[in-house]
Design a protein around this ligand. Structure first.
Ligand code: HEC
Ligand code: HEC
Length: 307
């Protein structure tokens, strides 16, 4: 270690360290550096006085400006609510079946419904609303309870087979096998008939008669289903459960019954309208038909499967 001395070439004092003959000059720090350093200190003190900064035992210092991240969030939420307010007011004032008259409101409702569906419905109906066994696909044009805006809204508000909701969608397929309404041979015969409705088995007279006597009241004489009872169409390839002979026989012996929550108590009416608009937009939405007038000479139009 050399001692401090004046460096000959520069005339500056050294700090006194030396490594293999290389020494360090004791130059003062540049002004600009020092001033930025002091400015940083001043800023840090001012900041920690103004904003929440120092952790204490119970909680941190709060800062004289009173800023909180919670407060910022509340402001964001309030401005978002202010933005949504006119849409919600318009939705509240519009009966669901009149929504298509206002395409702009319809678009806003569908977008809001898509977001609400992600929060409330995907756990049962799947992210793309394609459903799974027992949970109907909401994209196709087969509907258990009805696919116009009003029917969908009713289903969502009152749920399906919800005890405690007087207007819930409800019906129970009898347990024909378990309750000895049909013998196992008869169950096999009517299962054959159900398969034959879809062209998957030979028609049999005994099965057809059993179907007419026991099943047609809900599933319709040709098996086309009934929305009054939420009874599925048995003649197409779409199955709520499965189209296998075993699944059909099981449904006849000991039926399964889908249950869906009633959303009327959990979600506000505007959100439910948005959800109905979204579900309706998925591909199978049907036009709302006004209740038939008193005198009606035109033949009823079959709406099922309309684009
Ligand atoms: C706990 C599971 C569950 C959740 C959550 C759920 N659903 Fe359902 N949903 C069902 C089941 C099961 C059915 C079929 C019931 C039946 O068999 O009749 C159904 C049926 C429906 C139907 C009737 C379909 C038709 O063919 O008529 C609509 C519409 C519907 N759900 C919309 C929604 C919407 C919108 C949400 C979110 C707010 C939602 N569901 C959340 C289980 C659920
Ligand atoms: C009281 C009305 C009612 C009667 C009577 C009835 N069903 Fe059903 N059936 C239903 C309902 C409702 C469902 C749908 C259950 C659900 O939503 O979970 C259903 C579902 C089915 C399914 C499942 C369809 C699928 O897509 O997975 C089959 C198969 C079936 N019924 C066959 C029959 C046969 C055969 C009979 C006569 C022996 C019969 N049903 C009598 C109401 C009825």
């Amino acid at each position: 270690m050399a001692k401090k001395h004046i460096d000959e070439a520069t005339g500056v004092e050294t700090v006194g360290h030396e490594w293999d003959g290389i020494e360090e000059l004791d130059n003062p720090m540049p002004r600009w550096w020092l001033w930025s350093f002091y400015a940083c200190i001043v800023f840090a003190i001012a900041y920690s006085v103004a904003y929440p900064a120092w952790p204490l035992i119970q909680k941190g210092t709060e800062g004289v400006l009173g800023w909180t991240s919670r407060g910022e969030l509340a402001k964001d939420i309030a401005s978002d609510q202010a933005r949504r307010k006119p849409i919600l007011a318009a939705l509240a004032a519009t009966p669901i079946e009149r929504l298509p008259d206002n395409p702009e409101l319809m678009r806003a409702a569908i977008a809001g419904g898509k977001a609400a569906f992600k929060v409330n419905c995907v756990q049962c109906h799947g992210a793309g609303a394609a459903g799974s066994s027992g949970y109907p696909n909401l994209n196709d044009d087969e509907w258990l309870w009805g696919g116009d805006l009003k029917s969908i809204e009713t289903t969502v508000i009152h749920g399906i087979r919800q005890p405690g909701d007087a207007k819930t969608r409800t019906s129970l397929m009898p347990a024909f096998g378990r309750d000895n309404m049909l013998t196992s041979q008869q169950v096999a015969q009517v299962t054959q008939h159900v398969l034959s409705l879809r062209g998957k088995g030979k028609p049999n007279a005994a099965g057809a008669q059993l179907f007419a006597d026991n099943c047609a009241s809900c599933h319709g004489p040709t098996g086309q289903g009934s929305r009054e009872f939420g009874a599925p169409n048995l003649t197409d390839a779409i199955a709520l459960y499965s189209n296998s002979p075993e699944a059909i026989a099981k449904q006849i012996n000991t039926p399964s019954h889908g249950v869906m929550p009633a959303w009327g108590q959990r979600l506000d009416p505007a959100t439910i309208k948005m959800l109905a608009a979204y579900v309706h937009s998925l591909g199978g939405g049907e036009d709302f038909q006004e209740a038939a007038p008193e005198v009606n000479n035109t033949p009823a139009v079959e709406t099922h499967g309309q684009p």
